[in-house]
Ligand binder design. Sequence first.
Ligand SMILES: Cc1cc2nc3c(=O)[nH]c(=O)nc-3n(C[C@H](O)[C@H](O)[C@H](O)COP(=O)(O)OP(=O)(O)OC[C@H]3O[C@@H](n4cnc5c(N)ncnc54)[C@H](O)[C@@H]3O)c2cc1C
Length: 436
Amino acid sequence: MRKSNQNKINHTSSYYAATANQKLNFSALQESIRTQVCIIGAGFTGINTAINLAKKGYEVVVIESARVGWGASGRNGGQLISGFTFSDKFEKEMGAEVAQSVWDLGAKATDLVRKRIEEFNIQCDLKEGFIEVALNRIQKNELIERKKDWDIRGYGHSLTFVEKEDVTKYVNSPNYIAGLIDSGSGHLHPLNLVLGEAKAAKDLGVKIYEQTKAEKIEYGKTAKIHTGNYQIEADYIVLAGNAYIDKLNKKLRRMIMPANSCIIATEPLDEERARKIMPEDMAVCDLNTILDYYRFSSDHRMLFGGRFNYSGTIPSDDRIKVEIRKRMLKVFPNLDDMKIDYAWGGNVAVTINRIPQLGKLTENVFYSQGYSGHGVAPTHMAAEIIASGITKDWDMIETLGKVKHIQLPGGKWFSGPAMALGMLYYQFQDYFASKR
Ligand SMILES: Cc1cc2nc3c(=O)[nH]c(=O)nc-3n(C[C@H](O)[C@H](O)[C@H](O)COP(=O)(O)OP(=O)(O)OC[C@H]3O[C@@H](n4cnc5c(N)ncnc54)[C@H](O)[C@@H]3O)c2cc1C
């Protein structure tokens, strides 16, 4: 958390903050107010729910304890990825029909982002194309099964499976034994997307207050949100704090595990060199649980990220530089001459079943969280579902509210040693899979 001399919380010093293409500043709340809907959290979930409601004529206020896009939305890997993966257990529990409709939501989410970008002419370096790469036979089989499953379920974009010899046409690293190319996914500059969306929300009449933290909520038919010296009365509340929800709602906090993910940005490569490394300029993820994800920025920097730890505390920028650089060099040893210009981290909210959690805490309090490191597209779908739950145009929120989500005992405890153990377990799983 970076504070200026006015004690304001500013964006983390990421490549994105350094290349933000608009200066949006919203003042803090300076009086007590009343509104129809108060949204807490100005990331993709909060801002897009606000847009959807404002379009339907609702009076909407968004409050954000730091800056618009300060959380995961403004600092993520920028990978715009379709789909949720869920287990057979989930399908058995919810039934095939519900499972298919949840799957459809994931499959259509990236199209919502494209629609937003087009509708509001948002400049955020959108590029199409994503390849998921396998490091071992188990992961290769997972990709083969995924393609089969998605083709049967009716994914509206093409999926192309490639063997080892062809993977290098997309990612010039010898590490991978197969890949699955998804034409429906891609990558973008996430901070510029959320800032563009916030500008659109403002133009639609949404009132946004930065540096305004919700400290306590009094639930009731008219709810009251306490923010320091001022209060907001609202008919509806939307909790969109995701991995940063912390003490505001203990129940939601216990449903997620905040984990760190960290990213480095190299100095710019010349374009020819960048294209030798990734000829098609796609976004890339491997299939490890403690995964590597990377892509080139529009100015040809390698943005390389990786899941880091489950301690809930973001490591120092210097440590991120050292650790993530090591991981980058395992994939691309020839980048060892490149200076690292930026390093930053953020929290992702992981759920036990890896499915986002949407629902209602009471009749007029809605929430969405737990995108498990995979939220750029799903947050936009969640925003549709929450908004139409409030306007009562679509009852998907009721369906999703029935999904069983495990609550973890003692949120804080679970962001400490037990999470570290969990991380170790997954590292072992990735290691043993690599030996098969
Ligand atoms: C390093 C990193 C890399 C990632 N990479 C990818 C990727 O490549 N692709 C992908 O799909 N997903 C990725 N993710 C996940 C994705 O960014 C998130 O799932 C998504 O942005 C969540 O959006 P959100 O709006 O729900 O939450 P956030 O963007 O985190 O917004 C929540 C906001 O709520 C505010 N808030 C919290 N509590 C309060 C309060 N009490 N009062 C007022 N405001 C409050 C916070 O300040 C924050 O700004 C990544 C995440 C991180 C951290």
